[in-house]
Structures are given as structure tokens and as C-alpha cells.
Design a protein. Structure first.
Length: 295
């Protein structure tokens, strides 16, 4: 069963109908590896911070799981692992392969509730008004206040944060959504309550929350008990949590072995090619400096 991989990423990422790509079984892992390597090269060429990733079997399996979560209506995920295990890198690459916009808060010393609320407003307007498929990536290191998780819990539960928008901004959102609704049916009349409910539904459809938490310490266990929606909001979160914990407990050694084996092979291959070029250059220069040998 582990050899079965499904996804819609075998087609080109730049295809206009990215949302309608065929979800099918991956016939060959080698073909998937080439597709992921191509997407990774394109990502590195189009972003300021390139990612130097080693692609191996478990990498592809977790990448497929995250991509599947992003394609589900209201699909969210809780990635559990220690720092440096590739949670953020996999999320960024998965978002790029799905042609989704990824948003991550920039935490600073002056970052507080005001900045957090502004980021949430921009996030919900992008997903609910503009209809842009968006991935919101949040790590446990970026949670400066526990109230951040309360807002995330509300988003997972209802698709909105209570009292986030003041009345004037809420009215602007309603008018913007009215224009979108009238494109589908110009003759139909919508009440303000129905339009805001449409906005919330569009947020749940287009916004995907990815949480990257570390299981080390008591904070992870306390937060899961305090905010139950973090593990029970949608099936993808709960199932992915179990898979991550399974990997953490029983597969971490094999993960490290596979990763470092492939990385060492790449490094040795690169040094071997470099050594061959240096040796050829030395031989050529030596032959040029030596007199002709008469047999």
C-alpha cells in the first residue's frame, strides 16, 4: 500500500486550469521525482530565498499528503515534527505546486495583537473577497500570544473571527461580495446576512491553514487539549497528525538515513566531477610542459 501515490501534479504547474487537473495514480515514482525537481528548480528561480532540498521517498509521500489536504474543501493540516524536519519547506513547495498563494506572518519584537488582526483581515479578504486560494502557514515559534491560537481555533471552527471587522469594513466586504454574487445571478436579491455568509463560505473554501508544531515539551499537549479544533476541525488534520506522530516515533531514523544517504551521494558525485575536471586540467598542463618522448 505504501507504493500507492495519488495526485494531480503530474501535469504542468503553469497550466491555466490548475484547479481542474486530473487526480490520478502516480505510475512511477521516478516520474514524480522529476516533476518535483522541476517544480523545485522553478521555485528557486522565482523566489528570493531558494530551498536546497533532497528529494527521496518519504519526502514525496508527505508532499503528496499536503497537496491532497490543500485540494480538499476547507482542507487544513497540522504538521508535527522537530525543527529542521522540512515542515515549512514542504508546505511552501506544495503550495507552489498547487498554484496557491502562501502567507506567513513576519514576527518582530513590535508584533502584537494589532498587527495580528491586520494580517488576519488581509488574509480573509484575499480568500473571501478576491477568491484567491491561500495557504496560511503558522509555526509554534510565531505564536507570541496564546490568543493567536484562539483566533485560529475560530477560523477552523466557523471560518471567521468574531468581531474582527468593524461595521464600516464589514459593509465594504458585503458590497464587494455582492458584486461577485451578481455575476452568477443578476436578478437575485441578497440580504446583507446572506452576503456575509457567502463571504465566510468563500473563506473556508479558499483558505487553508497549515500549522507546524513541535512535539517537544508540554506546550504542544496543552494547546491540543485547550483548543480541540486544532486536531478535530477536519479529517485531514487528525489523520495527518497521526501520520506525523507515526513518522516521529518509528520512522525518524529511516528518514534521516535516507535523507543523508541521498545528500552524501549528491555531494560525492559533485566532488567527483570536480576532481575529474581538476585532474584532466593538471594532466593537460603537464603534457604541455613535458618534452616529446621518443620511443
Amino acid at each position: 500500500m505504501r507504493s500507492l501515490l495519488f495526485g494531480d501534479y503530474l501535469e504542468t504547474v503553469d497550466e491555466p486550469a490548475c484547479q481542474n487537473r486530473l487526480y490520478e495514480e502516480v505510475p512511477d515514482v521516478g516520474d514524480l521525482t522529476q516533476v518535483v525537481e522541476t517544480c523545485l528548480d522553478e521555485y528557486n528561480n522565482t523566489h528570493k530565498t531558494p530551498m536546497n532540498l533532497v528529494i527521496f521517498r518519504y519526502f514525496l509521500e508527505h508532499l503528496s499528503r499536503i497537496c491532497r489536504c490543500l485540494k480538499v474543501f476547507g482542507g487544513n493540516a497540522l504538521l508535527v515534527g522537530v525543527g529542521g524536519s522540512g515542515r515549512q519547506s514542504l508546505t511552501r513547495l506544495s503550495s507552489y505546486m498547487c498554484n496557491y498563494k502562501i502567507v506567513q506572518p513576519e514576527i518582530s519584537k513590535a508584533y502584537g495583537m494589532v498587527e495580528w488582526k491586520d494580517d488576519l483581515k488581509a488574509l480573509l479578504i484575499s480568500a473571501g473577497v478576491k477568491g484567491q486560494p491561500t495557504v496560511f502557514l503558522l509555526t509554534d515559534a510565531q505564536i507570541k500570544m496564546e490568543s493567536f491560537l484562539q483566533d485560529i481555533d475560530n477560523l477552523l471552527n466557523t471560518g471567521e473571527v468574531p468581531n474582527l471587522f468593524p461595521p464600516d469594513e464589514k459593509q465594504e466586504i458585503i458590497e464587494s461580495v455582492r458584486a461577485v454574487a451578481q455575476q452568477e445571478d443578476k436578478s437575485k436579491e441578497y440580504s446583507p446576512m446572506a452576503l456575509f455568509a457567502m463571504f465566510v463560505n468563500r473563506c473556508r473554501e479558499n483558505l487553508h491553514i497549515i500549522l507546524a508544531f513541535s512535539p517537544i515539551g508540554d506546550a504542544f499537549r496543552i494547546r491540543l487539549r485547550q483548543y480541540r479544533r486544532l486536531s478535530t476541525a477536519v479529517p485531514s488534520i487528525g489523520s495527518l497528525l497521526g501520520l506525523r506522530m507515526l513518522w516521529k516515533e518509528s520512522l525518524s531514523s529511516f528518514w534521516r538515513q535516507s535523507r543523508w544517504t541521498i545528500r552524501s551521494e549528491k555531494v560525492l558525485s559533485r566532488h567527483a566531477r570536480r576532481s575529474t575536471r581538476v585532474l584532466d586540467s593538471c594532466l593537460k598542463s603537464s603534457l604541455k610542459s613535458c618534452p616529446d618522448i621518443i620511443m
